[in-house]
Design a protein around this ligand. Sequence first.
Ligand SMILES: *[C@@H]1O[C@H](CO)[C@@H](O)[C@H](O)[C@H]1NC(C)=O
Ligand SMILES: *[C@@H]1O[C@H](CO)[C@@H](O)[C@H](O)[C@H]1NC(C)=O
Ligand SMILES: [Cu+2]
Length: 351
Amino acid sequence: MHHLSLFALAASCLATLAASVPVMPGEPIPSEAPAPQVCRNPPKRLEWRQMSQSQQKSYIDAVICLTMTESKSGIARAINRFDDHQAVHSVQTPNIHWVGHFILWHRYLVATYEKALREECGYDGGQPYWDWSQDARSNDPNSLATFPTAVLGPGKYSFGGNGAPVAPTPAQNPLNLTGGTGGGCVRDGAFTPDRFRVNYGPDPGCLKRDFVPWLFNAFADPARVREVLDQPDYAAFARTLEKVPSFEAPNIHGSGHFGVGGVLGTMGNAENSPGDPLFYLHHGNLDRVLWLWQQKDPETRLNQVGGPVVPMDYGGKNVTLDFTVNLGELAGDAMLKQLLDTQSGVLCYTY
Ligand SMILES: *[C@@H]1O[C@H](CO)[C@@H](O)[C@H](O)[C@H]1NC(C)=O
Ligand SMILES: *[C@@H]1O[C@H](CO)[C@@H](O)[C@H](O)[C@H]1NC(C)=O
Ligand SMILES: [Cu+2]
């Protein structure tokens, strides 16, 4: 057992003791000490297709509830609690990608979103994930058959499919990504324009998707997942997850973003991809890949970080266990060592 879970165990015994001390009438009520952070009954995160219809419905209902709950991020133009999480990502985009803390910052964001769904919107499950590697067809790169999946289905309690076809202008496509099949508003599923609106970012309006089959099939290939899981240390793991910003270097982080978002879709936007509710299922799966990798050698991997502080500065200063990340007003600041164990207390969930 590593030290973090020992600490959690000790803290949980103390909390139980404190709770069982009777308060006598007339005695001053004990002042509230800062609650030790303990993870009890961690919600179990499931692949979307493992969830029952009623679990799927309660998740979608909770996401819609977040969009109807007032913002508290203090970020201008974030109107509701859904926007808050997108806005915090957008503001920090220059500092949270191609860095050592990339995956742990995103782990914290997804966990904070999950907490908001549970505590503010009555959701009682874990954040679902989308294991896109089940859907990739590396031997049939241009097949559209992988869309729609049961995740990207048309039902009222599913995430909906492609956007209406719209060709990007050259100015909208500076990286010359080819093979987009959508680009416009999502037309079915739970997040159609009559029910859902992207408020934050330079392009407020409907949720957009722009499926790029060849890219999805290459980037979400199970072989790419295995490549990540085979990395020997955290820094190599983190680097392989993102690789470089190029459509010629298949990387699993890019699968959900550019396979679904392409050029014009919400998921393909570096700053504002969390405007698509699917972002949290995509990043939920990347987080699960980290969790799987950590489980292969928990003694070492629940206590190890690395990778650059400055984006792409490989060889420069690296993050350490005490490196602190923040989500603005959405949650307390956290050191990376507090984000390594999903049941540390700051975090509380499992797969
Ligand atoms: C995209 O294509 C344009 C026009 O052919 C070219 O000028 C530009 O350099 C290309 N950009 C990239 C990133 O390849
Ligand atoms: C940061 O870590 C990398 C290995 O991931 C290493 O090559 C590099 O020298 C480290 N940088 C410093 C300044 O120690
Ligand atoms: Cu991101």
